[in-house]
Design a protein around this ligand. Structure first.
Ligand SMILES: Cc1cc2nc3c(=O)[nH]c(=O)nc-3n(C[C@H](O)[C@H](O)[C@H](O)COP(=O)(O)O)c2cc1C
Ligand code: SF4
Length: 500
């Protein structure tokens, strides 16, 4: 398959601050989709080097780099590679997570569109390190054009003996398979992704067993994010220890691709050394907020992460500093929120997304996300009653930590943080005569949700022609019983800020 003459240019200009690792590979070029272009920039040299290294030495090099996964949970990548059992009689697999569905995260798509071979090379290096002969790239269904670019890159590499049998004459075989998902946010969660790849419904499964022990085809499987894998050739090129000197030594080294969006002059994907303050991203690279409006809040790691206030704009973008500020680095995507935004309307928008994407397998998430949407719709629609904001907070608190996978938390954590930091934005809906703001960035969509729900009479949550069965008269609204599901945290490896 020839490289397609791709009609659509990638959506944003790559930008950066300080020394970069990924974008610098582009040089002056717009993209490196063609194999010759990639090879001219040193592409596939690191794969060739890796083929001459012992797998243990390769894993050690990656451990030395101190890189943490870029998919959201921030798990140390070298450690994850070393978890794949060496003595397993079963085949081993690499699965690249290219599902990228977390609202505001769009870095993986751009890596794929501009530098697909870098990802293919990274997958092959990881496969060689764990002794796999197959690497699957599970790409989000909506990414039709990126999937074409990726498939063309794989075929071009195959034609040159870099994918498939006897790679570069080494005697080692490894196929790379691009698999398109059907468009479900939950299929970004690794166990749901593996269920989908196995041919089942894309729903999470209980951990343990972790994918490293029993993943694809119940065999040891390494699951890594696009950016994580695409960085591997660059780590080898620099040397693990050298890469490890970038960023913040203790809490995760290297650079990160930050997706910047929201109320900002220049949205885009910016590569930065870990440890820069949010302000640098927002003001120097993003150009600040349009029309001199004031900053109200910042979502620092994708829509599932707790919000920061404007006075926290100097927080360093690294794992520990984000945790100390009460939030998460997550998928490294920053949403800038200006003074016009009503946080209650934003909460409704965010909750509605997670309600829609809940896979329905466990009760606190399936019922809880619907409850929260119901409550917020009622409040924002002007039918709230005293005590509703406390109940809303309480319902979210009971979802938190009580779900099978982190999707329920991915809604509860941000909504709780909006209430904690911006309580008056919620309370004012209970004041007599308060009119919902109509000029904020999410006002229109909140109004549409309220209208669709038919909220018009105080005391009634839903009426009219809703397709989802959501009629919840206030009087009969009880509380979800969190104790009905197993407590505890089965998602230890996946809780670093939801998704990605
Ligand atoms: C609801 C949910 C959605 C997720 N979506 C993605 C995603 O789109 N892309 C991704 O790489 N990781 C996503 N993750 C994290 C993955 O489960 C997994 O931790 C990650 O792919 C591991 O790769 P890494 O170690 O390179 O970060 C998601 C997690 C959850 C709980
Ligand atoms: S938390 Fe939500 S998405 Fe995850 S398993 Fe439960 S119902 Fe499905």
């Amino acid at each position: 398959m020839a490289t397609p003459q791709h009609p659509a240019a990638p959506k944003t200009r790559p930008g950066s601050i300080g020394e970069t690792v990924l974008w610098s590979q582009l040089g002056e070029k717009e993209h490196l989709r063609g194999l010759d272009d990639y090879v001219a920039e040193g592409g596939y040299e690191q794969l060739k080097r890796a083929l001459g290294m012992q797998p243990d030495a390769l894993i050690q090099e990656i451990k030395d780099s101190n890189i943490r996964g870029r998919g959201g949970a921030g798990f140390p990548t070298g450690l994850k590679l070393s978890f794949i059992p060496k003595d397993s009689p079963k085949a081993k697999y690499v699965v690249c997570n290219a599902d990228e569905s977390e609202p505001s995260t769009f870095k993986d798509r751009e890596i794929i569109e501009r530098m697909p071979h870098m990802l293919v090379e990274g997958c092959l290096i990881a496969a060689h390190a764990i002794g796999a002969n197959h690497a699957f790239i599970y790409i989000r269904g909506e990414f039709y054009e990126p999937a074409l670019v990726l498939m063309a890159a794989v075929e071009e590499a195959r034609a040159k003996g870099l994918v498939g049998e006897n790679i570069n004459g080494s005697g080692w075989n490894c196929d790379v398979i691009v698999h398109r998902g059907a468009g479900a946010y939950i299929c970004g969660e690794e166990t749901a992704l593996l269920s989908s790849l196995n041919g089942y419904r894309g729903q999470p499964t209980v951990k343990p067993p972790f994918p490293a022990v029993s993943g694809l085809y119940e065999s040891p499987t390494l699951v890594n994010n696009v950016e994580t894998l695409a960085t591997l050739p660059r780590i080898l090129a620099l040397g693990g220890a050298e890469y490890g000197k970038k960023g913040v030594e203790r809490t995760g080294a290297g650079t990160r691709m930050m997706s910047l969006s929201g109320n900002v002059v220049r949205p885009g994907n910016y590569e930065m050394e870990i440890g820069q303050p949010l302000r640098v991203l927002l003001e120097e690279l993003g150009g600040g907020i349009p029309e001199g409006r004031a900053l109200k809040a910042i979502i620092p790691g994708g829509s599932s992460t707790p919000v920061l206030r404007a006075d926290q704009v100097d927080t360093s973008m690294d794992y520990d500093s984000m945790a100390a500020a009460g939030t998460m680095f997550g998928s490294g995507s920053v949403i800038v929120i200006d003074e016009r935004t009503c946080m209650a309307q934003l909460a409704l928008r965010v909750a509605e997304f997670y309600r829609h994407e809940s896979c329905g397998k466990c009760t606190p998430c399936r019922e809880g996300t619907k409850w929260v949407v119901d409550q917020l719709t009622r409040l924002v629609g002007g039918s709230g009653k005293p005590g509703d904001v406390d109940t809303l907070y309480d319902v979210n608190r009971k979802i938190l930590g009580n779900c099978l996978c982190p999707l329920g938390d991915a809604m509860a954590m941000p909504i709780m943080s909006y209430i904690e930091h911006f309580r008056s934005d919620f309370d004012r809906y209970l004041e007599p005569g308060f009119e919902a703001p109509s000029d904020g960035p999410v006002a229109e969509i909140a109004e549409r949700t309220v209208k669709a729900a038919g909220v018009s009479k105080p005391g009634v949550a839903w009426m009219g022609t809703l397709s989802r069965a959501s009629f919840t008269p206030l009087e009969s609204a009880g509380r979800p019983t969190a104790g009905a599901v197993p407590a505890g945290d089965p998602n230890a490896q996946d809780m670093g800020g939801a998704a990605g």
